[in-house]
Design a protein around this ligand. Structure first.
Ligand code: G1P
Ligand code: ZN
Length: 564
């Protein structure tokens, strides 16, 4: 065997104009990464170059992905480039697989300077699907805009990248591998770690596993059904729920991670989590949950498939937060939700006199508040819930939070919700997604809406549908001033707020790999009429939202692609 040190080479390249990270990293079709010369290399080099050399030299970084097609090939390149860029140690999930929350946990545990997550979250995978790259910083959360802007700027002018072409990493064996590099004193180290262990340890310190075990597998245990949707969470569900908490084997479905998620969207909602929804219908299971491809999202269902809207989910966790031992120890510093998320959480914050933060869409905005000790619990309407134990949303954590609440209250999911609405009133909430619309039509609609909303006459305007009348109270383009560092983030969605507190919000998705997706969010609060059907209750607002925007006429659609 040749023991001579590995060569570091510099390869000339040409920049691409379209490597701007979106809501959650760089997301493109797999073929873009495969067919465009050095597309992956350019972006990875831009990430490394964005880190000050002094911080990078000899540092530790974490790498893992949700196991989708191209995951492994990308990791092999990243290892070669990390070594050539002065990183001292890479910690990588076994087989290159690790959930997004687990990566956040491992970055923090190893005091790494950051991590690279290979995922396109809930978007489909496989050769025709999506691939994505997210850069997390030292706090274990997605890089802030200042960092992603820097990465983007570098990617626009990049001329070369560095790599060690001869470096071959073995992702299949847990343990340490050392590589001697030319002109380097210290060997470059790769540590392949068990993907579940550190994360499971963290959860053990947050929840009462003994009580949960009794609740899930003791006498009179409840029956649960967890759907990993062939994403990364499968092995976590098996180890934590089946092996450790004693759930029977039929509690866990679709637990083998597949490169194409079995051809489905690994997106935990009522449309895509069909296996779970079907198996919950006949009342065999008391509690159900599904997760997305990389494990940061969750959907919660009760018996007979009773749906918990994510906006309600975070409000219920907030109202019952002391059922979770971790919060008994840390206390509760603050609550936060993304702007489009319903205001159900605000009511709990008000009643408990806990600070409420309203942030732009995307996980990265929560991290800053958590780092400053201002935030304990956060949620997004897009099926994301999290605590300050890490800096990513956390699907399994949300499920354990819910089970802790059910175990303490000895009530069904539906009863917990009903009591919640009786106490706080109910926010009816829905989101319409119009996928793959023409970018120009979508942008024009947003521009025209903004102009219309800026007109003085728009405020106080009344809209009537049947016997419902809504009067505009406020209309703006949401912007956020970070209370910690003062950074202003503009253009985060058009909001129309009516005098009764109901809201219509228009946003363009920032996670599409191509084309545009228009999202319309509808949120309406009812104090008394709390047991109605969501779509029926929101129908008047929907009519107004479509009338104001002329969305159907402008995009030649007759309805949304997805309603959640
Ligand atoms: C979507 C969700 C957002 C979430 C993000 C990443 O972003 O709406 O809440 O944080 O995915 O999971 P969007 O496509 O709307 O920009
Ligand atoms: Zn995700």
């Amino acid at each position: 065997m040749d023991n001579s040190p590995l060569q570091v080479v510099t390869v000339p390249t040409a920049p691409y104009p379209d490597q701007r990270p979106g809501t959650s990293g760089l997301r493109k079709k797999v073929y873009v990464f495969q067919s465009r010369r050095n597309y992956l290399h350019n972006f990875i080099q831009s990430i490394f170059s964005s880190i000050d050399l002094r911080d990078r030299q000899g540092s530790t970084m974490v790498v893992g992905g949700d196991g989708r097609f191209f995951n492994q090939a990308a990791i092999e390149v990243i290892v070669q480039m990390a070594a050539a860029n002065g990183v001292g140690r890479l910690v990588i999930g076994h087989h290159g697989i690790m959930s997004t929350p687990a990566i956040s946990c491992v970055i923090r545990k190893y005091k790494a300077i950051g991590g690279i997550i290979l995922t396109a979250s809930h978007n489909p995978g496989g050769p025709d699907g999506d691939f994505g790259i997210v850069f997390d910083t030292a706090n274990g959360g997605p890089a802030k805009e200042a960092v992603t802007n820097k990465i983007f700027q570098i990617s626009r002018t990049i001329e070369k990248f560095a790599l060690c072409p001869g470096l071959r990493v073995d992702l299949t064996t847990v343990g340490r591998q050392m590589f001697d590099l030319e002109n380097k004193f210290k060997p470059f180290t790769v540590e392949i770690v068990d993907s579940v262990e550190s994360y499971a340890n963290l959860l053990r310190n947050i929840f009462d596993f003994a009580a949960l075990k009794e609740f899930l597998s003791g006498k009179n245990h409840i029956r649960i059904r967890l759907d990993a949707m062939h994403g990364v969470v499968g092995p976590y569900v098996k180890r934590i729920f089946c092996e450790e908490l004693g759930c029977p084997a039929n509690s866990a479905i679709n637990c083998v991670p597949l490169e194409d998620f079995g051809g489905q969207h690994p997106d935990p909602n009522l449309i895509h989590a069909v296996d779970l929804v079907d198996s919950m219908r006949d009342g065999q299971y008391d509690f159900g949950a599904a997760f997305d491809g990389d494990g940061d999202r969750n959907m919660i269902l009760g018996k007979h498939g009773f749906f918990v809207s994510p906006s309600d989910s975070v409000a219920v966790i907030a109202a019952n937060i002391f059922c979770i031992p971790y919060f008994q120890q840390t206390g509760v510093r603050g609550f936060a939700r993304s702007m489009p998320t319903s205001t159900a959480l605000d009511r709990v914050a008000k009643a408990t006199k806990i600070e409420l933060y309203e942030t732009p869409t995307g996980t990265k905005f929560f991290g800053n508040l958590m780092d400053a000790g201002l935030l304990s619990l956060c949620g997004e309407e897009s099926f994301g819930t999290g605590g300050d134990h890490i800096r990513e949303k956390d699907g399994l954590w949300a499920v354990l939070a819910w089970l802790s609440i059910l175990a303490a209250r000895r009530q069904s999911v539906e009863d917990v919700l009903r009591e919640h609405w009786l106490k706080y009133g109910r926010n009816y909430f829905t989101r319409f997604d119009y996928e793959d619309v023409e970018i120009d039509a979508a942008c024009e609609m947003m521009e025209d809406l903004e102009i219309m909303m800026a007109d003085k006459a728009f405020v106080k305007q009344r809209f009537a549908v049947g016997d419902k009348i809504y009067q505009v109270d406020k209309a703006d383009n949401f912007e956020y001033a970070d209370p910690v560092d003062g950074t202003i983030t503009r253009n985060q969605g058009l909001r129309i707020i009516f005098s009764d507190g109901s809201r219509i919000i228009y946003r363009l998705s920032g996670t599409r790999s191509e084309g545009a997706t228009v999202r319309i969010y509808l949120d309406s609060y009812e104090r008394e009429d709390i047991f109605q059907d969501t779509q029926v209750m929101l129908a008047p607002l929907a009519t107004i939202a479509l009338k104001i925007s002329q969305l159907h006429q402008r995009t030649d659609r007759s309805g949304p692609s997805v309603i959640t």
